[in-house]
Design a protein around this ligand. Structure first.
Ligand SMILES: NC(=O)c1ccc[n+]([C@@H]2O[C@H](COP(=O)([O-])OP(=O)(O)OC[C@H]3O[C@@H](n4cnc5c(N)ncnc54)[C@H](O)[C@@H]3O)[C@@H](O)[C@H]2O)c1
Length: 460
């Protein structure tokens, strides 16, 4: 890439302006009638769902990657069956299986890559794919730590690649309506926000008994940058699994607990409503272990909620335990509460609109429309409206070279917020934060918490 083109990309990458590039960007962007080739990495619960969603897009799925042979084979069969049943959409037999994702990064015929692997791989793969000239749909949280969040933003600017983070609540009507109401002052000035999700990650433990290695699993490539620990079927289950295995999410070595898992959804919506997509808080006060630690020894004595962040404008955001709502915005004149399939707006004691379940009567769409009709008619702030769902938004934006609804800057800043919460519980620490430099402020915190010890060649 020439210096001048790189500088150009740097200047426009996060502006939201369409990128118009002269040399090869993406086959379908060069030739509008051409269909992009897609690779899906990770055939676990989420990757299999995303595979179905991408098969429904105007793309050809030509590559399936998983370090588990059974799941990789499942993916290939799924694609071939789909194209056998829908020959108008693609050709059966054209899809290839990969154990090593680096072959996908090097394959010039692949345009778009879906990354649906455990979190400790997100940044490494996303960066490898961007450097290989691909646009990336990467699952949430965008990264495993804060250092990686900064790196994915940097490489995206440098390469001009389009990245969509899989925090798909941004594509939901109830979440956009809630944030648009908040951003347009429909409940007055926002004072504080509550986000409801589970606790932080927990210290790593190995199985009590040694486990026989799963045949056909490349365990070293599953572990990647993490320490070389024994195989554990609760981390990488045997065969094609059909339930969410939670252990890698909760394990310090691979995830950031529910802070990264559901925080990546509900904190992301809080940031959207607060207009903090390219920023973050300036201070975090820890959750009190004496009050909020779990009695379960597996949790390592860490508080499970209660941490509070403060933004520069004085607005606070509190981590509360699981509840009916995901994100609740409190304003001087009312509240807006939202979760998947649930929406409520109140002004003072008056309920303007509410839908939580069928038995309430009405519908989610009607509740959102009622609030919008009353308070968003002449809305000055109109938030990004996804068309064709979250994957569809990504495919369209990659083709048009525009930024999608959960672009890399949004995904990375939401991930940073998730990690601020998680690290406060892990290290039982309060600290000040610089949301511009993405580092601790005023001598608080420890820079070592922002990154990890990367094993072998897998350094981000
Ligand atoms: N957006 C959402 O609502 C949502 C919901 C569930 C999961 N997710 C996210 O999706 C991702 C995957 O979650 P999951 O529940 O499907 O996990 P999972 O454990 O079920 O599946 C992960 C898959 O990745 C494979 N894998 C691991 N390392 C690999 C490597 N180096 N190369 C290729 N494949 C590799 C594993 O073998 C496994 O098949 C996570 O980041 C998770 O947070 C998002």
């Amino acid at each position: 890439m020439s210096f001048s083109r790189r500088s150009f990309l740097k200047s426009v990458a996060f502006s939201g302006a369409p990128l118009i590039l002269s040399d090869r960007v993406w086959a379908a962007a060069d030739k509008p009638n051409e269909i992009p080739n897609v690779a899906v990495i990770g055939m676990g619960m989420q990757g299999r769902g995303l595979l179905g969603a991408f098969l429904g897009q105007p793309v050809h799925v030509t590559a399936i990657c998983d370090v588990d042979t059974n799941r990789r084979k499942w993916g290939i069969e799924r694609v071939n069956k789909y194209y056998t049943d829908h020959p108008e959409r693609g050709t059966a037999g054209n899809v290839k299986g990969y154990n090593d994702f680096r072959e996908i990064a090097a394959n010039k015929d692949i345009d778009l890559v879906v990354v649906a692997v455990p979190d400790h791989w997100h940044a490494f793969m996303t960066i490898a794919m961007m450097r290989g000239g691909k646009d990336v749909y990467c699952e949430k949280p965008m990264t495993y730590n804060i250092h990686e969040a900064v790196e994915v933003m940097r490489v995206s600017k440098e390469t001009g690649r389009i990245v969509q983070c899989g925090a798909m609540q941004r594509s939901g009507l109830e979440f956009r309506t809630a944030c648009e109401l908040v951003r347009n002052g429909a409940i007055g000035k926002i004072t504080h926000v509550d986000c409801h999700f589970g606790g932080p990650s927990q210290p790593h433990f190995d199985p009590k008994e040694p486990q026989e290695m799963e045949p056909g699993l490349d365990w070293q490539l599953w572990l990647g940058c993490a320490p070389d620990i024994p195989y554990n079927p609760d981390l990488s289950p045997r065969g094609v699994h059909n339930k969410y295995y939670m252990l890698w999410r909760m394990d310090d070595l691979f995830g950031s607990g529910y802070c990264g898992d559901w925080g990546a959804h509900h904190l992301d919506i809080a940031q959207w409503g607060l207009d903090m997509d390219d920023s973050g808080p300036v201070k975090l006060e820890k959750g009190d272990r004496a009050k909020f630690a779990s009695k379960d020894p597996v949790r390592g004595g860490r508080a499970q909620h209660g941490a509070l962040v403060t933004y520069a404008n004085g607005v606070t955001l509190l981590h509360k335990p699981w509840g009916m709502w995901g994100t609740v915005f409190h304003g001087t004149e009312g509240t807006v509460s939202v979760n998947r399939g649930k929406f409520e707006m109140k002004r003072g004691e008056e309920t303007i609109a509410r839908f939580t379940k069928k038995e309430d009567g009405g519908s989610l769409e009607r509740a959102c429309a009622t609030a919008a009709k009353a308070f968003l008619k002449d809305a000055k702030v109109q938030l990004y409206k996804t068309r064709g769902g979250h994957p569809g938004d990504f495919v369209t934006c990659a083709k048009n070279r525009t930024q999608p609804c959960s672009h890399v800057g949004i995904g990375a800043h939401s991930a940073i917020l998730c990690h601020l919460f998680n690290m406060s519980y892990v290290h039982d620490a309060s600290f000040e934060w610089d949301p511009v430099k993405n580092t601790f402020a005023n001598g608080t915190g420890d820079p070592a918490w922002l990154t990890r010890n990367y094993r072998g060649i897998w350094k981000v």
